[in-house]
Design a protein around this ligand. Sequence first.
Ligand code: HXC
Length: 520
Amino acid sequence: MVIRKQVDKKQEELAKLREQAQQGGGPDRIEAQHKRNKKTARERIAAFLDEGTFQELDQFVQHRSTDFGLDESHYPGDSVVTGYGKVNGRQVFVYSQDFTVLGGSLSEVAGEKISKAMDLAIQNGTPMVGLIDSGGARIQEGIDSLTGYGEIFLRNTRASGVIPQISAIMGPAAGGATYSPALTDFVFMVSGVGQMYITGPDVIKAVTGEEVTHEDLGGAFAHASKSGVSHFTHESEDECLKEIRRLLSFLPQNNMEEAPHLAFTDEIEAGDSDIAGVVPDNPNQPYNMNDIIKRVVDEGDFMEIQKDFARNILIGFGRIAGATVGIVGNQPDHMAGVLDINASVKAARFVRFCDAFNIPVVTFIDVPGFMPGTAQEHGGIIRHGAKLIYAYAEATVPKISVLTRKAYGGSYLVMSSKSLRGDINYAWPSSEVAVMGAEGAVNVIHRNAIRASDEPEKLRAKLIQEYRERLMNPYVAASRGMVDDVIFPSETRLKVASALDMLRNKRETLPPKKHGSIPL
Ligand code: HXC
């Protein structure tokens, strides 16, 4: 009887300690968090994971610092909640920073908690998701908190290409809090709430005199459209968490696995007689490549990534015949789909992600070339464009391309061409593969004849027409085997699905090396 009572008391004590840990920074701070339209760290985890699956780790960890009054403020679990649970029945590790505890600032022990979760995620081949809401390194702890970040950065880097890593910015991400997300594969931001910057407005004003608001400096809009740091923007936390779950549904658990295959309803063989109509006859008229992609993927479900950054190229995930594919598409609707610095970097990183995680890459091509101009040349288009070549050339996953309209010069080579070991390259019958556009080509090769002519414009038009008829079609490339087949637009989905099926067991190895030296 006495023993039973003791056990009960111990269990009561545990229940009390757990209850305390659930409180984070206490009711007032929780209320303040809610007033800002933000969930608490635990509420976010509950909304993110399958119901009742969360298993928390380290909820009794406390900081060891005694400086600057910290010995007076102890919170069980400190400023981050860590653990694991399930998303659509699949395991995932998660950490969620608790802004109610000293502004979610990263203490030495908070760093240790996150590192422990990451180690388990890496060892067990499980995706890692970080929900960020933090003022950065805990200033009172000095070098100890800095080291916490260093340990996280190391793990982010070593986990790269091993497990998918996702970050969601659901509050401030100041100072050190920015670099871990930047090292992860996908960054989500909640509009009006998430803000990322290395140095805040006050420091900027003191150092450079420049005045800027938190939102203009590092809000979701700035990072989605200008810096390219973020990949997805959402209006609410709930929507953001739901979309992280959706993204995970496209991904394998780790680099040794394949992405899950899902059931699909729309027929592969059916054909799509309307798809050809998306592309205008006039080669200079824009159209939306999204309209083609959505007709090729299962259920029209295309999860576009970085939709507001470098809009001249599209990237994202879809499924074809149930299997995940990474999709890259030039976007004629924006800047004629030209390749520039941002587009090259955006697509290169995506192709490398797909390659690391066994996800085939399907490329939809309609590209007039690289963007001319001093801004691009001096900005390093040579170096950055080389990244996209590098990414396609080193990728050993199945690579399939569909040329819908034009592919000229260097940009033809870059976009998953046969030379870069595109496995199957398809072209629509109205497409053009050429060293450059007809107008430009005629101006170069017939310059003297045009100059000498009495009717230069008439001659130019005739020569352009001749050039176009002779070279601006897919059959020259097809006659060299650089295009594997010229296909009816209506059979695109069927052809791509068949190629993916054929390439399912593709094995290609690169020469042994530690790693390449991509032109960063
Ligand atoms: C300790 C911090 C903190 C931090 C916030 N707090 N950031 N405590 N270390 N880094 C505390 C605040 O003192 C406050 O405590 C509570 O958290 C809530 O913060 P508020 O300022 O009241 O909230 P808000 O107005 O929403 O502003 C949030 C904020 C701001 C924008 C994040 O707190 C801020 O600017 N913090 C400092 C950001 C920063 O400079 N970080 C860099 C750290 S150095 P009380 O008790 O007063 O309510 C770093 C270097 C790493 O990260 C570099 C690695 C590459």
